[in-house]
Design a protein. Structure first.
Length: 154
């Protein structure tokens, strides 16, 4: 689970500390002006979101905290505090409902839905968001030795 761009850089600079992820969380909370297209999408996805079981809604909210454009099962499991098996099943259900798109072994939230997911994530209490980001940072650090050196090709 490699964190992309500036997020990965911030994680490397601070040795992947929880403080770095919390700071990124704070920066991402800046409000985004919604376009007409985004507003319509939010209304449509709100009904789909409300139809989800509580455990699926919870993971979807926490996926809104992920700092990159895509994520893997390990990142989803860390954010949702789930086992990889449960995370995979939940992601499969979210894919069926078209809230998440599977891209090989990775997943992403479509752009119009991503803003919705972020908004829901920031409605969570700050302490729960910080805990989710701390689990993500911890999971990233635990997988780092398996990835090899930064210059190695994967």
């Amino acid at each position: 689970m490699r964190l992309p761009g500036p997020v990965g850089y911030a994680g490397r600079r601070s040795n992947g500390t929880v403080a770095a992820f919390i700071e990124l969380d704070r920066v991402r909370q800046q409000p985004v002006a919604a376009s007409g297209e985004q507003s319509c999408a939010n209304v449509a996805f709100e009904s789909t979101y409300r139809a989800l079981p509580a455990s699926r809604r919870r993971l979807f909210r926490y996926l809104g905290l992920h700092p990159g454009p895509d994520f893997d099962v390990c990142a989803a499991a860390a954010l949702g505090n789930l086992t990889p098996v449960h995370a995979r099943r939940t992601l499969a259900d979210l894919c069926e409902r078209r809230l998440v798109v599977e891209c090989g072994t990775r997943y992403r939230i479509p752009d119009l839905i991503a803003e919705h997911a972020r908004r829901l994530a920031y409605e969570e209490p700050a302490v729960l968001r910080a805990a989710a980001l701390a689990r993500l940072a911890s999971a990233d650090r635990s997988l780092a030795p398996r990835r090899g050196r930064p210059g190695d090709r994967h």
